[in-house]
Write a protein of this length. Sequence first.
Length: 270
Amino acid sequence: MKDILNAPFVTEIVRTTTNMYRHGWDERNGGNISWMLDEAEAAQYVDLNAVIRTIPTGFQAPALDGIYFLVTGTGEYFKNVRYDPVKSLGLLRLTDGGRNAQLLWGFAGGGTFTSEFPSHMMSHAARLSVDPANRIVLHCHPSNLLAMTFVHDLDERAFTRTLWQMCSECVVVFPEGVNVLPWMLYGTNEIGEATAEKMKTARLVVWAQHGIYGAGRDLDETFGLIETVEKAAEIYMKIARLPRLNTITDSQLRQLADYFHVTPREGWID
């Protein structure tokens, strides 16, 4: 059995949580990550028959039955993951139609998965229905994007168009745009279900006055999506009260999309 602390999925999630904390996206114990693993991948590092304990999930996800996930723990600070990954992370297998999670490694000291676990799992199921290669769901609290939700119309098309106009790369990086939810109580199945529905049409879902959910095929893609959105939001917040003398026009957005062979969300460019 290989040492799980040297597993690529552990070393990468440690690097990413550390980087996210340094960016200021995950204050205190804010934010969470879930990474879907193949059984063969997990079997190299843990005994799949040695269940440490079973944790009820409080929801159902039949599409994820038997699937393995590396997940950040509830109450865990991202700044501490690199120092104590066996406490901050857990490797789980969903069973009983997603109603239970079998802990195979981690959450030392009796910890459990993030309170946003239902939202993550529902989003995984939604993304898999449109992209079978999806592996990552990431949630964090980028400051400028958070600020933008207080002062900008939350209409998804309008919100996306503003972001696209802030940086030339935006329409290339997230051509499907961002979806937006109004403020909802987090940690509930209700916000999980709403987020999952939005995940069917975009890899990014903004939670107004809270943060963002991103999904992707790997951590680099998902981190990069959020990094790009946050950069655009930062530019917007710097110029929002200033007269805008120049902008990226719809014609230029189409030119970018054509050149980089991406398809913007239908009807979102005039």
